[in-house]
Design a protein around this ligand. Structure first.
Ligand SMILES: Nc1nc2c(ncn2[C@@H]2O[C@H](COP(=O)(O)OP(=O)(O)O)[C@@H](O)[C@H]2O)c(=O)[nH]1
Ligand SMILES: [Mg+2]
Length: 239
């Protein structure tokens, strides 16, 4: 199974790549770790495939007189134009291939190249990560919605995940009925919108269940794994 890790900068994609990889290996699975973030200075894991070994972002910035974001977009363009050459390198036969994406998710999700790369990868599943320290009930609706936005953009099933729950153990509104109750306690003009969105998100073909995890303690990894399998199977015809 190919798992794309997507989320805002600092949400914990790279650490999850490492700790989920280690956890799966301890469970007897074979795992490959893939870095698709050309701009990362440091990675907390040793990648089996690293986009940085194909494209040097600093050289591209200097040569093409680009800023850091434009250079990441350029690398994605170069990658998507050379997929046939580069993808054989990515044909890694493992039970799980964990793919760490760009530090800034919009460069991957909202440009035209991210969807092209994901299509070429074939039958991937996404994890959309949000940091628990930034979470209130209305943000949770945003998380669920964003997971579906990523699904629409990349055309893959996406599991919404709250990470860093070791820092905020008291988040107790992951389940939809609890969430509706908690949203009703909030104030402001967005409450009705949040309620309506939450209700419509629950009516989807794939249930939008939110998983709570910690990459420090591995809490929630079992549930994440079973949800990934479930999502992958329910989306069925992914070949
Ligand atoms: N306490 C805690 N810290 C985390 C967790 N996941 C990531 N972090 C920290 O959050 C920061 C950003 O994580 P990183 O994986 O680099 O985020 P990325 O930009 O999405 O790749 C780092 O300091 C990580 O150590 C977690 O589950 N718990
Ligand atoms: Mg990262």
């Amino acid at each position: 199974m190919k798992v794309l890790l997507i989320g805002p900068a600092g949400s914990g994609k790279s650490l999850l790549t490492r700790s989920l990889g280690e956890w799966l290996r301890r469970g007897g699975y074979s795992v490959a770790l893939v870095n698709l973030d050309p701009a990362c200075g440091y990675l907390p894991y040793k990648p089996d495939f690293d986009i940085r070994s194909f494209y040097d972002i600093r050289k591209i910035m200097r040569k093409e007189k680009l800023g850091p974001n434009a250079a990441v977009i350029r690398v994605h363009e170069l990658l998507s134009n050379n997929l046939e050459k580069i993808l054989p390198e990515l044909k890694i036969e493992r039970d799980f291939i964990l793919i760490d994406t760009s530090g800034q998710m919009e460069l991957f999700v909202f440009r035209e190249t991210g969807p092209k790369i994901v299509e070429a990868l074939k039958d991937a599943v996404g994890i959309f990560l949000v940091d628990a320290t930034l979470m209130n009930p209305i943000d949770l609706v945003t998380l669920k919605l964003m997971a579906q936005v990523v699904r629409l953009r990349l055309n893959v099933p996406v599991v919404p995940v709250i990470t860093k729950v070791d820092l905020v153990p008291e988040i107790n509104f992951a389940n939809s009925a609890q969430l509706t109750r908690e949203i009703r306690k909030q104030k402001g003009s967005v409450v009705d919108l949040a309620l309506a969105l939450n209700k419509s998100l629950d009516g989807f073909d794939i249930p939008v269940r939110v998983i709570k995890i910690s990459s420090k303690t591995c809490e929630g990894f079992g549930e994440l794994l079973s949800t990934l399998y479930e999502t992958y199977c329910e989306c069925g015809d992914l070949t």
